[in-house]
Design a binder for this molecule. Structure first.
Ligand code: MRU
Length: 357
């Protein structure tokens, strides 16, 4: 069973501190919104769906902490809380999607008491977490069906249980393949500079007894040229209306290499990662992080003090490099625009419980 990185425990958010993996397994007890904002900024909790779940639970926690106040100051306080969380990380749209859902619940006019708001906000946050767990399992099955019986695949960053409710998007495909009885070998890009591939993906795949091999990002070209890779699978942080995909820095060169070597490049992401308000990936805000992550990472200076550093946390892979986008509503192939719009619409219907499978 893949690990669940976020738990709700009677008013406290329990987070597995991902900055300490794989050496230490430390759970944080988050009781305050500023602690949560720090945990998101510092990547103690990370990965697009997990950030959304943590933020939603954060709103529920803040509401619960403020439940003894009058309703007007309650609304003002939660506005500030939502703004604080929205300022933590700019690229993963799941954060804003989850906060929007919480805001919608909060704006329900028929609710007249703080107590009832608190109950509804918590129910909504837990539903976001439960939906994500179910969604990842569905995407996993769609993705695994594309694989042979003994596939060797390549992935980048961590799009696993640690990055979601508990199962993963790209790694969910590998878990589903294993559940179907396939024998899978996963090559995991190390993922400079924060090493989500070697620290997190390798750790969680080993926990699940999946054969995993870590490689430096720069070895991916050689590996793809060797013909050993059946397909590349990654997650996504934001998908624009035309199918351009923002994901962890280094995904774009991987997509170029996959195309060059005619290896299918699959992106696995739920509808909560779509941003159809953006026509293309050019408009996706890309987070830039501190240069120390590159030249002074993990407590070891690897570049001269004071050197200038370029450290974007994400890049955008153009739609033309992507073979298919695997969602909870099926596998979308180019041209992506109509398929993405149809999947998003289907998700909207699901929110009003239309009885669709
Ligand atoms: O900076 P991170 O570790 O939050 O970046 C995570 C990624 O880029 C993941 O690939 C993406 O969020 C998809 S997770 C299912």
């Amino acid at each position: 069973m893949p690990v669940s990185p976020i738990d709700w425990d009677d008013g406290t958010i329990r987070l597995l501190d991902q900055t300490l993996l794989p050496e230490e397994t430390v759970w944080l007890n988050i009781k305050d919104i500023h602690e949560l904002a720090e945990a998101i900024k510092m990547l103690r909790v990370r990965g697009a769906p997990a950030i959304g779940i943590a933020a939603a639970l954060g709103v529920a926690m803040a509401a619960n902490n403020f439940k003894d106040h009058d309703i007007t100051s309650f609304y003002d306080h939660l506005d500030t809380v939502i703004d604080t969380l929205a300022r933590t990380r700019p690229t993963a749209v799941n954060l804003f999607w989850a906060l929007d859902r919480m805001r919608t619940v909060l704006s329900e006019v028929s609710v007249k008491t703080v107590e009832e708001h608190c109950q509804r906000l918590l129910a909504q946050a837990l539903a976001i977490q439960a939906d994500d767990r179910a969604t990842c399992r569905i995407m996993g099955k769609y993705g695994a069906a594309l694989l042979s019986d003994s596939p060797t695949v390549l992935t980048h960053c961590n799009a696993g249980g640690l990055a979601t409710g508990d199962y993963g998007t790209a790694l969910g495909v590998f878990y589903a393949a294993q559940e179907m009885g396939k024998t899978i070998r996963v090559y995991a890009d190390e993922t400079r500079p924060l090493l989500q591939g070697s620290r997190l993906t390798a750790w969680e795949l080993m926990q699940a007894n999946i054969d995993v091999v870590v490689l430096p990002d720069s070895a991916a070209g050689m590996l793809l040229a060797s013909g050993r890779i059946e397909a590349v699978f990654t997650g996504a942080d934001r998908i624009a209306g035309n199918g351009d995909v923002a994901n962890k820095i280094g995904t774009y060169p991987l997509a170029v290499l996959a195309k060059r070597h005619q290896v299918p490049f699959y992106v696995v992401a739920p509808v909560s990662t779509f941003d159809l308000s953006l026509a293309s990936g050019e408009a996706i805000p890309i987070e830039e992080r501190h240069g120390d992550e590159v030249v002074n990472g993990f407590g070891r200076r690897t570049g001269p003090k004071g050197v200038k550093v370029f450290n974007p946390a994400f890049d955008v892979s153009p739609a033309e490099l992507i073979t298919a986008i695997i969602t909870e509503h099926g596998v979308i192939r180019p041209p992506f625009t109509p398929g993405l719009a149809a999947a998003a619409e289907r998700s909207l219907w699901k929110q009003v419980d239309d009885g669709l499978p």
